[in-house]
Design a protein around this ligand. Sequence first.
Ligand SMILES: *[C@@H]1O[C@H](CO)[C@@H](O)[C@H](O)[C@H]1NC(C)=O
Length: 358
Amino acid sequence: MPSEIGHDVCRFFRFAIFILPTLLMGSLYYMPSFQHLIKPYKSSSTAHHPILVLIWLWPFDQPFDLELCSSQFNIQGCHLTVDQSLYDKADAVLIHHRDITRDLSNLPQSPRPPHQKWIWMNLESPSNTAQIPSLDNQFNVSLSYRRDADISVPYGRLVPVNQDHKFVPPEKDKLVCWIVSNYNPEHKRVHYYEQLQKYVQVHVYGDYFERHVSEEEYKDIVSGCKFYLSFENSMHKDYITEKLFNALDLGAIPIVVGPSRHNYECFIPADAFIHVNDFSTVRALAKYLLLLDRDEAMYRRYFRWKRHFQVKTFSFPAENACLACDYIRQNRQYQVLMNLYQWYWDKGEEPDKSLFLY
Ligand SMILES: *[C@@H]1O[C@H](CO)[C@@H](O)[C@H](O)[C@H]1NC(C)=O
């Protein structure tokens, strides 16, 4: 099974924001524990032959452009196809968990060529992943947002930049915003929102509130808010989605509900976000937001990281497929994922530190 990444990585990140200005950027690339956080995926030029990856089913039944690996993502030597008649020739078969039927009848049925690898791709959290029986011992490689996946593709990451000018947050006309597509009163995040809006005005959007947000409107709304509720639908290790990375990118301070602060600090600097668990009450959080609203210097301190980093997001599923191909091309190790479920569910849990309300 993939190895666990130690906690030190996360602490190193916290530390890194302070030492970066005095370090040569290049040297960071050679610190092994930090590499996966900042190193852009690079293709080596030593491919023997182009790798053929068969995308068994269109993820979510949505076709996408299969020709983007080289032009968009700078990944060479990859050939993606959805032509199932090429099954016997494929070096790898990419299978998106969400599209597998419960009886596995839509998985490839022909015998597996000896060196072919099956890649299990899943970007949903354990709470939102169906536990289809008998998936153990079927796959050879995992692709997920988890840091300990074979192919770890987070929803976003920070990459180093050298910015000479200070970042100035965009014009704001709203204090707190939340765009929510799946409003479920059972979700912890909804309880949190309900408490919060007693103390500060929260501008809410989404179909549930009959305020549909188009893609064009999205950016304007988020950047026009001082704070954005980056509330995950479920709490799991490393399950930190575009809700966070988009807010960071668009210049709103994310307020997060999700895994622990420690876990967030594996991905972003400690002073780039507000964790609801930083406060013992929702009222205290609200008070703090109002304080930041009045104190521009304090508010802007949350954007110091922008001098050294910028946000990179990953475009699902094209980029994931290209990264999968790149992994197969570079990695000659064989394995069998014997305990996929055990790995994904048992190790994906975060201890439930219930949010303290009122
Ligand atoms: C991949 O997993 C299958 C199913 O367990 C196994 O039979 C096969 O040997 C593995 N392939 C490689 C290349 O490791």
